[in-house]
Design a protein around this ligand. Structure first.
Ligand code: FES
Length: 135
């Protein structure tokens, strides 16, 4: 018996399944565990981070080199509805979620209604070519 057949026998339809799946995956992120990793900017995989205004998503973290040349980092998970779609927007020098348009400043403060929940940001330190991102 498949899961759907089983649920059908209980009188529950697809709406229940969709609701249950959404409740478990659409909830706001609880991805607030400690973050601590180091990348070597001389590694070709991270070469894009040598250019001001670029960013990468690494280990669920948006790591960006701002338009001013500063390294910043934040969770990729948006506080609005938990979508993992936060990016760094170099045109505005802030974080932007492509799901519903939430914007956050580089300190994690919300800049609009969808961003009002704020964003978890992390510290960075650069030693030579080693960039550490940590909470
Ligand atoms: S989940 Fe990011 S704006 Fe809605």
């Amino acid at each position: 018996m498949t899961r759907q057949e089983f649920l059908s026998t209980l009188g529950l339809g697809a709406a229940f399944v969709l609701t249950t799946n959404c409740l478990s995956s659409c909830a706001k992120d609880s991805n607030s565990g400690p973050v601590d990793f180091t990348i070597d900017l001389s590694d070709a995989n991270y070469a894009t981070l040598k250019t001001n205004g670029n960013y990468l998503v690494i280990n669920g973290t948006v790591v960006a080199k701002t338009t001013a040349g500063e390294y910043v980092a934040a969770t990729v998970t948006c506080s609005h509805q938990g979508q993992k779609q936060v990016t760094y927007d170099k045109a505005n020098n802030n974080y932007y979620c492509t799901a519903h348009g939430a914007r956050f400043d580089l300190q994690g403060g919300g800049l609009n209604n969808t961003g009002s929940g704020g964003l978890t940001v992390y510290k960075t330190t650069l030693t030579g070519t080693s960039l550490r991102v940590f909470s």
